[in-house]
Design a binder for this molecule. Structure first.
Ligand code: PML
Length: 266
């Protein structure tokens, strides 16, 4: 029996040349027009102002998406940027990333430029992505309808059922399925969104409130990587289609010591 066609739908919008918003998912044919409408409206109604250019890509997937689980979700009650950085440092260094690399990532995300994609850093903090200005954009990921309903239910219980958290979790879950990736640091480039996150396969997706001050219009992502072919990793991040089909627990606020003691995800 032939399988139903699936499509990667991607949107990126800009205003006066600067990034406004992006969104993407994997959908069936019948969903295409409603998703195009949703993504277009999202680009036109944004805290950063309406986009003046919206790029939409709709691409039939030739390969069947690989089905994976989401990372488990936790939130730390970090009170300010210094506390968020301290917690990030403790967790990321516990999986073998050096302090220098974590410092380097925080500094690079604070220089005032938002890259289109993520930085790739080795555990010593040396940048490895081929294009240091653009970074590596993670694409071709989505979530099944059942898993999306389950995720909405689980995030709803902790007051977090919104597209920002869902999409960041989908992205991080794809990224951390690849064994070369040891950890991630993300700070939103949205001036009104002050919660960032770190992720590791061991600890899951850990939200860090107040990682930046309100009004700061830049941010980005850094992936910390170890041993292996960078070009194979980039191929996976950009090309391999992945669908989240199983949702791990989504918890509210937890203590840092519980996170450090826990082996949440293998
Ligand atoms: C982004 O703007 O894409 C980053 C979103 C970070 C979401 C953090 C969270 O609230 O879980």
């Amino acid at each position: 029996m032939s399988r139903r066609k699936q499509y990667s739908i991607r949107m990126r919008s800009v205003k006066s040349g600067g990034h406004v918003s992006g969104a993407e998912g994997i959908y069936e044919r019948d969903d295409i027009s409603s998703i195009v409408k949703e993504y277009t409206e999202r680009a036109l109604i944004h805290d950063k102002g309406a986009a003046d250019e919206i790029r939409l890509t709709i691409e039939e997937l030739k390969d069947k998406p690989r089905k994976i689980s989401s990372l488990p979700v936790h939130t730390l009650n970090t009170k300010n940027a210094a506390a968020a950085k301290k917690a990030a440092m403790k967790i990321l260094t516990s999986v073998g990333i050096t302090e220098r690399a974590v410092e380097e990532a925080f500094s690079a995300l604070d220089v005032g430029i938002t890259m289109r994609g993520a930085m790739l850093m080795n555990i010593e903090g040396v940048r490895l992505e081929p294009d240091l200005l653009r970074g590596v954009r993670v694409t071709r990921m989505g979530i099944t309808k059942n898993a999306s309903a389950d995720l909405s239910r689980k995030l709803g219980r902790i007051g977090l059922n919104n597209s920002t958290v869902k999409e960041a979790l989908i992205l991080a879950s794809k990224v951390h399925k690849y064994r070369m990736v040891l950890g991630e640091l993300c700070i939103s480039d949205d001036p009104n969104y002050t919660t960032g996150y770190i992720a590791t396969r061991t600890h899951g997706y850990i939200r860090l409130p107040r990682i930046k001050k309100r009004g700061v219009p830049f941010g980005g992502r850094a992936f910390f990587i170890t041993g292996g072919e960078v070009k194979d990793l980039i191929r996976y991040l950009q090309i391999t289609p992945v669908l989240i089909s199983d949702i791990k627990p989504c918890e509210g606020v937890v203590a840092l010591k519980d996170i450090l003691e826990r082996r949440a995800h293998s």
